[in-house]
Write a protein of this length. Structure first.
Length: 579
């Protein structure tokens, strides 16, 4: 006879399809084969999903933390079932053809987690992720399935130390440019690379992983302050166990992912990106997460939030500090408390604790330290660290990170220097075949045209290393890394492969980028553009005529909508939990 938990009505949970009744005897025999007890079989089944692998330090500690999550699930009368999915780590994929796999991996993560959950009828999920695309990918799966969900970040890497200063992988990328320019010896480069990444964890600056980790708390899918502790800290295990326990509370109260992820909570998430000087990639991931819930929240909506959010958290790459420093200053809750003082947070949004954001912030006693987190009334700048641009060069919008940029560097006019792909631009930087004042145009790197929408950190870091980061600008229909600094405009849409204006630019066209006004324009008349469009030969052929990247290029939509590959929550004809 089944052992029915008093806390949970199994007849209303998906796992009843694999555990209950005489017809499920074959299924139960599989569970017995794994050593499960009768009681465990008839409890709620909770998927514990990780992106663990041995590709990079970002993911290497996830397996350990998953064991602590499972303890929390068990403690609260649930049965955890651990599984893994892929991740592509940008730091390893950067600067070569492997980067084409990065954004496509976000969709693969969401798809494989969805398929695993559906196939085995799990009732809820705790998802752990460590690197860039794995964070939004995991959260997208939660929202898509609309099950009780708790997200847990694997934690950041500790900063390295060299010559008495903190260093990160960003410094290594920029050191490559210094080495190429003859300003850094091979010996000094090797010393830096050996110490820059001293532990498990994701990149320590406010790059994409830490940006999306902050988002996970601000949007409500992660427990308060769970994103902060670096990966090696034992306190991460306590947050992991608490996350496992929390998901059981959500099952009991029937609080699901879309009860947490709403238009208001997405706006809260955009606030945290802006005030921390977060990654421009959030302009891609927040619309994609909204899409899973059937909410219209596009690049322009994200940028609207950025426009009136002060930037007051001094994090790399534009600032001085890393994730460990923010954690020691009180983490995301202290930042959100400052936003609340300015009336910039929707306090009634539900969180993974079962309480609202406002109720959770009432528990926070720490205040801004004035060093890492400035008081909101005396910010680093009055507008966010990330800005949206629009104009005749990007009718669907574009995005630029201005955190740490002086106002005089937020306006740039120069002649176009057109490159058909990132490699061509990188070679020009290496060979110094460009001029101060140029606007690098790197096209055919969008989601469909790349395919894969590569990040450009190798090129931008090399420019910074040559001391040219403020003397040239870059625009691309691809992406820039969260570690990129300088006037680097990404997500230009429509992309070249879709016949956007960026496909029609020529060397010497005068381009004006204005982050103060939020505009991006080229001094070419509409009639001239129409003539160029009529003469355009069509998308540049790629070498990816088959396989996952071919499939991705065929399915992917516009960047401003999040570069998604399916119709989203609006078109879903069922609720997984009700099947």
């Amino acid at each position: 006879m089944p052992v029915t938990s008093q806390r949970f009505d199994k007849s209303r949970l998906p796992s009843r399809h694999v555990t209950e009744g005489p017809a499920r005897a074959p299924h139960r025999s599989y569970y017995y084969a794994m050593g499960m007890t009768d009681e465990e079989i008839h409890q709620p089944l909770v998927g514990v999903a990780t992106c663990w692998n041995e590709a990079a330090p970002c993911n290497i500690a996830l397996n350990r933390q998953a064991q602590a999550v499972k303890m929390g699930v068990k403690r609260e009368s649930g049965t955890p079932r651990e599984f893994t999915t892929i991740t592509v780590t940008d730091g390893i994929a950067m600067g070569h053809e492997g980067m084409r796999s990065s954004l496509a991996s976000r969709e693969a993560i969401a798809d494989t987690v969805e398929l695993t959950m559906r196939g085995h009828c799990y009732d809820a999920i705790v998802g752990l992720a460590g690197c860039d695309k794995s964070l939004p990918g995991m959260m997208m799966a939660m929202i898509r399935l609309n099950v009780p969900s708790v997200f847990l970040y694997g934690g950041s890497i500790l900063p390295g130390r060299l010559n008495g200063k903190d260093v990160t992988v960003q410094d290594v990328f920029e050191a490559v440019g210094q080495h190429q320019a003859g300003n850094l010896s091979t010996c000094d480069l090797e010393k830096l690379e050996a110490v820059a990444c001293p532990s498990a964890g994701a990149c320590g600056g406010q790059f994409t992983a830490n940006t999306m980790a902050c988002v996970s708390e601000a949007i409500g899918l992660a427990l308060p302050n769970s994103a902060g502790a670096p990966a090696p800290y034992e306190s991460r295990d306590a947050y992991a166990e608490a996350s496992g326990a929390a998901v059981m509370n959500l099952i009991e109260k029937n609080i699901r992912a879309r009860d947490i992820v709403t238009r208001k909570s997405l706006e809260n998430a955009a606030r945290i990106v802006a005030c921390t000087g977060g990654s421009t990639n959030a302009g891609l991931h927040l619309p994609a997460m909204a899409h899973e819930a059937g909410i219209d929240f596009f690049l322009e909506d994200v940028c609207e939030i950025f426009r009136d959010t002060p930037y007051f958290v001094d994090l790399k790459p534009g600032g001085a500090y890393v994730a460990k420093d923010l954690y020691e200053a009180g983490g995301v809750p202290v930042v959100m408390k400052e936003l609340r003082k300015a009336g910039l947070i929707h306090e009634d949004c539900m969180t993974a604790t079962g309480y609202s954001i406002g109720e959770e912030l009432d528990k926070v006693s720490l205040e801004a330290d004035g060093r890492v987190v400035y008081p909101v009334e005396t910010p680093l700048s009055k507008t966010g660290g990330v800005v949206g641009l629009k104009g005749n060069l990007a009718p669907e919008g574009a995005i630029v990170k201005i955190a740490g940029m002086e106002p005089q560097h937020q306006l740039f006019t120069g002649p176009a220097r057109v490159f058909e792909c990132e490699q061509d631009a990188f070679e020009a930087v290496q060979n110094r075949t460009y001029e101060e004042g140029d606007v690098f145009v790197i096209r055919n790197e969008g989601p469909a045209g790349g395919p894969g929408m590569r990040e450009m950190l190798a090129t931008t870091a090399a420019l910074s290393g040559q001391g040219m980061g403020k003397k040239v600008a870059l625009i691309t229909d691809g992406r820039f890394s969260g570690a990129t600094r300088g006037f680097c405009v990404g997500h230009v849409g429509p992309e070249a492969a879709h016949g956007g204006p960026i496909a029609l630019l020529k060397d010497g066209d005068l381009i004006t980028l204005n982050a103060i006004e939020g505009t991006i324009s080229v001094d070419v008349s509409d009639d001239e553009m129409a003539e160029r469009k009529a003469a355009w030969a069509g998308p540049r052929p790629t070498i990816y005529g088959a396989g996952a990247l071919w499939k991705y290029a065929k399915l992917v939509g516009p960047t401003y909508l999040g570069a998604v590959t399916h119709p989203g929550g609006k078109e879903e004809g069922h609720d997984y939990m009700e099947l």
